[in-house]
Design a protein around this ligand. Structure first.
Ligand code: PLP
Length: 395
């Protein structure tokens, strides 16, 4: 016998993966240069040079077998110490290494935290648009996903919608800012108001409402935009972080969960995080990467390169008449479909070898996502295809 839920997850690949696979097949037919694949959030701006240098140095200088060995289940002490020291320096916090649990990226961080917190019947509020895998991670704990639409003009939090979404069953709220797929950064005012609202509701219900921040894009912001560090605005905040995007290391699977001391029942929550890591088989994040992170905290890929791509594609597409949300962070452009059915728009785009992800599975029908973390030259070369697509709808 097989677990049918898992069979279905396995058989129903995400729409992003489907497009990516389609792109690979198409490249074999028309040539790689003629397919404009904006499907995957795979960073193309490399890690800062120090990351690769550190990997080489570690391999050259440490000939002990334990470079590749198991670390403590919750992560190597020196790595955790380096990470909290960096956070404390940047955000004026006072975290200890005992607050940190190293993981295989944000996906593992989220799955661990959700497993640690939820029991069947609990509810979790997610703001639309949201990373589609949240639904898989949440529903497999037995909890219920309650979608809360953001303001349709700004994609900031809509507090009226939030008031109706949060109820006695609400165990937590997930926030992802800078946001995948909208590129929006929630303002300080929004985060302050969110914290005050959750505090009020938690007191009224007599149980904590944890705010889970999913932060793989925390450092990827442009111009003078600041990303509020959420633990400073709401005590019951648990952070899920990943180096996949900030250090362009998505395949290396490294990130962490941070459970600050001030969180309600912090010791128990941390113990449950360790327990969930164990139950899921996620103990001991990749050892080599933990040693790299210990030496590379605080570094970020070149933001000027991302900003150049952001400006190029945003300006070109808005000039062509597409309605786009101005992305202050991450590396996605969220574009309103000129027709109601974004799936049909994406199919039409495919005819011009433009691979754009319809955002229905992000909880926001009527939009497509463009991942502009690709070669700047590819963005330039794709513009005539976008012109043809625009012309088709303007005719
Ligand atoms: N959360 C968001 C919002 C993401 O965009 C991603 C990846 O694209 C993840 C989580 C998963 O990140 P990781 O690759 O570090 O597991």
């Amino acid at each position: 016998m097989i677990n049918n839920t898992m069979k279905n997850y396995g058989n129903n690949r995400s729409v992003i993966r489907d497009l990516f696979e389609f792109g690979n097949q198409r490249k074999a037919v028309v040539g790689a240069d003629n397919v404009f694949d904006f499907s995957l959030g795979n960073p193309n701006v490399p890690a800062p040079a120090k990351v690769n240098e550190t990997i080489s140095e570690l391999l050259d200088s440490r000939n002990d077998i334990y470079l590749h060995g198991y670390t403590s289940a919750q992560g190597d002490a020196a790595c955790r110490e380096a990470v909290v020291n960096d956070l404390n320096k940047r955000f004026g916090t006072a975290f200890r290494k005992e607050n940190l649990y190293m993981t295989c990226g944000a996906a593992a961080s989220l799955k661990i935290v959700l497993t640690a917190l939820y029991t069947p019947g609990d509810e979790v509020v997610v703001f639309t648009p949201y990373f589609p895998e949240y639904r898989v991670f949440i529903e497999t704990t037995g909890a219920y996903v309650r979608e809360c639409a953001c303001d349709p003009d700004t994609f900031q939090i809509d507090f009226e919608a939030l008031e109706s979404a949060v109820n006695f069953q609400t165990k937590s709220v997930i926030v992802n800012s800078p946001n995948n797929p909208s590129g929006v950064v929630y303002t300080e005012e929004s985060i302050q108001r969110l914290g005050a609202f959750l505090q009020e509701r938690a007191e009224a219900y007599g149980h904590p409402i944890y705010l889970i921040t999913d932060e793989p894009y925390r450092e990827l912001v442009y111009d003078d935009i600041k990303v509020p560090f959420v633990t400073k605005y709401y005590t019951d905040t648990i952070v899920c972080y990943s180096y996949s995007k900030s250090l362009a290391l998505p395949g290396e699977r490294i990130g962490y969960v941070l459970v600050p001391d001030d969180v309600t029942d912090s010791t128990d929550v941390y113990a449950a995080v360790c327990g969930a890591g164990r139950a899921l088989g996620y103990v001991c994040a990749p050892s080599l990467m933990q040693h790299v992170i210990e030496k590379c905290t605080g570094l970020v890929s070149d933001l000027d390169e991302y900003k150049e791509k952001r400006d190029l594609i945003y300006n070109a597409l808005t000039d062509m008449g597409f309605t786009c949300i101005h992305p202050d962070g991450a590396f996605y452009l969220f574009v309103k479909s000129p027709v109601k059915d974004a799936g049909a728009f994406s199919e039409k785009a495919k005819e011009f070898d433009l691979l754009l992800v319809p955002a229905d599975s992000f909880g926001t029908p009527g939009y497509v996502r463009i991942a502009y973390c690709v070669a700047t030259d590819m963005i330039r070369r794709s513009l005539p295809a976008f012109e043809k697509l625009a012309a088709f709808y303007n005719k």
